[in-house]
Design a protein around this ligand. Sequence first.
Ligand SMILES: [Zn+2]
Length: 129
Amino acid sequence: MGFLDDVQASLNRGVAGANRGVESMKLKSQLNDANKRRSQLAAQLGASLYEATKDDESFRAGREQLYDGIAQIDQERSNIQAQLDEIERQAAESAQAAAQIECPFCHTRMSATDLFCAGCGKPMAEVQA
Ligand SMILES: [Zn+2]
């Protein structure tokens, strides 16, 4: 085996090593992707099983922490949703209050929640009629 054969052999080893590295990265990425898809399906399966079994004592046995944890989080979610709904209700209310209308008698701009026109003193009932 001459010098050039040694060089060729080590080049081949280098290329094979690089190919293994690329192949290994590709497989790890595929494995990662498969794990992700499995987790998503398992979560969907778990969610549907939870709904079907949450009141079944034989299913709950030994899994109380999981069932109670999910029930507690559902309670948290519903509290958070109620707070969000309240904030949205208040936002809609203040948007309503900020709505401007124009008095048809004197053309003064006024808030929709004013009781009287600041320009001519007409009551809101007449202004909006
Ligand atoms: Zn007016």
